[in-house]
Design a protein around this ligand. Structure first.
Ligand SMILES: [Mg+2]
Length: 128
């Protein structure tokens, strides 16, 4: 079974300051999609749905979930094999906390400090 990566969108792949995907994000997703099943979970409504429609990288995801609020049970249902799952996001109290409870690997990105694409590449290079 393929490893899966569950991505957050806002401030993880999408930079609200530039209103674009972080530099290098498309190439990263393209490469990762060869090796991993990619899942995107994001909160919001119409605005976010529009952003997603304009996001050409969406094609690299096997599953895209747009919800009002991220919940623990959503993650629990998605994650069949925690040891094959990596959760990547910028919210310690949401996706990262869920991943820790569910025993997945997690990567907390901090876009104010570093382009998340760089953080993700380094993390996966050290332990794919
Ligand atoms: Mg976020």
């Amino acid at each position: 079974m393929k490893k899966q990566i569950i991505f957050d969108f806002y401030n993880t792949l999408y930079n609200p300051k530039t209103e674009k995907i972080f530099w290098g994000g498309f190439a990263l997703l393209k490469n990762l999609s060869k090796q991993y099943s990619l899942v995107l979970i994001t909160t919001g409504s119409k605005d976010r749905a529009n952003q997603l429609q304009n996001f050409s990288g969406i094609k690299y995801f096997t599953k895209v979930i747009l919800c009002k609020k991220k919940t623990f049970s959503m993650y629990r249902k998605l994650i069949k094999r925690p040891y094959l799952t990596i959760i990547i996001g910028d919210r310690p109290e949401e996706e990262i906390a869920f991943g820790k409870i569910l025993n997945t690997r997690t990567l907390l990105v901090k876009s104010s400090v570093e382009n998340p694409v760089i953080s993700i590449k380094r993390f996966l290079k050290e332990s794919p």
